[in-house]
Design a binder for this molecule. Structure first.
Ligand SMILES: Cc1cc2nc3c(=O)[nH]c(=O)nc-3n(C[C@H](O)[C@H](O)[C@H](O)COP(=O)(O)OP(=O)(O)OC[C@H]3O[C@@H](n4cnc5c(N)ncnc54)[C@H](O)[C@@H]3O)c2cc1C
Ligand code: FES
Length: 250
């Protein structure tokens, strides 16, 4: 983990309310599933915001930022040349969760596609299918190389009209996936986890919690699991779905 003030190289709109930010990053190379705490050099916010790595190369790191409140609005408004403090890479990685990466499904809902896009760059395209669900339209999928890309949207504007967990569930028996990796809204992850349980498919979910420190020190990001409380930032953000107690509302 490193903490560096880094220059924003590019800020491009991905879709209304979502910006793609690319920062110069001379530090440790991240891995798919990890995140950084991001805080603009000039900000009204006291704490950084956790944002997943969506992609990287040898000298830069990319994020997709969806504007939710003041913190993400300030990040999304950054201009090229301005700086932000990047603390990371933090958290565990998709690859560390499970050794089998053949015939697997990556399932993302909305901004939850970000850490899966990073994972996709570490995989051989012919080994995985990518499921992406959106409310309306789609974003972030331009460079994706997968065996197949299955799209769904609530309003039918892209792909199948419907919800991506339902689309996945309808093929789970026949696809014989050896693993499912998911990130998105709580209810989506719960549905995906239950469907995988039914077909005894290993499932891994990346969870979102409000984070203060991001490094395991404040205990402010508790995830309830069958093995007791875990810290989303330091023990996750990726967990075995079978261990997460989804019925606790956050
Ligand atoms: C590991 C991790 C990875 C993430 N990756 C991304 C990403 O790639 N792109 C992205 O756009 N966002 C991501 N998020 C979510 C992002 O961190 C929050 O949207 C952000 O912290 C909100 O800050 P804010 O100041 O804009 O909003 P606030 O004013 O703090 O809150 C606005 C609203 O969002 C809710 N909220 C705030 N933080 C969270 C949170 N962490 N989880 C759930 N709800 C929250 C609040 O309850 C409130 O309703 C990630 C979160 C985590 C934990
Ligand atoms: S955010 Fe402080 S322990 Fe996780």
């Amino acid at each position: 983990m490193q903490s560096l003030f880094c220059e924003l190289l590019r800020n491009t709109p991905a879709v209304l309310g979502v910006q793609k930010l690319e920062f110069r990053w001379p530090g440790l190379s991240p891995r798919g599933g990890q995140f950084f705490m991001l805080r603009p050099e000039r900000t009204s916010r006291f704490l950084g915001r956790p944002i997943s790595v969506a992609g990287w190369d040898s000298s830069s790191v990319a994020f997709l930022v969806a504007v939710r409140g003041r913190g993400t609005a300030e990040l999304a408004a950054l201009q090229p040349g301005e700086k932000a403090e990047l603390i990371g890479p933090l958290g565990n990685t998709w690859r560390d969760m499970y050794p089998i990466h053949q015939n697997i499904a990556l399932v993302g809902g909305g901004i939850g596609i970000a850490p899966l896009l990073a994972f996709a760059t570490e995989l051989i395209p012919q080994t995985f299918d990518f499921y992406a669900g959106f409310k309306t339209g789609s974003f972030g999928l331009e460079g994706l190389k997968a065996r197949s890309l299955i799209l769904a949207s609530d309003d039918g504007s892209v792909g199948i009209c419907g919800r991506i967990p339902d689309v996945l569930e309808s093929v789970l028996e026949s696809a014989k996936y050896r693993g499912v990796y998911a990130c998105g809204p709580h209810i989506m992850l719960k549905t995906v986890a239950n469907a995988c349980k039914e077909y005894a498919i290993p499932c891994f979910v990346s969870l979102e919690r409000r984070m203060a420190c991001g490094v395991g020190a404040c205990l402010g990001c508790t995830v309830k699991t069958v093995r007791g409380n875990r810290r989303c930032c330091a023990d996750g953000p990726i967990f075995k779905a079978e261990e997460v107690i989804f019925d606790v509302w956050h």
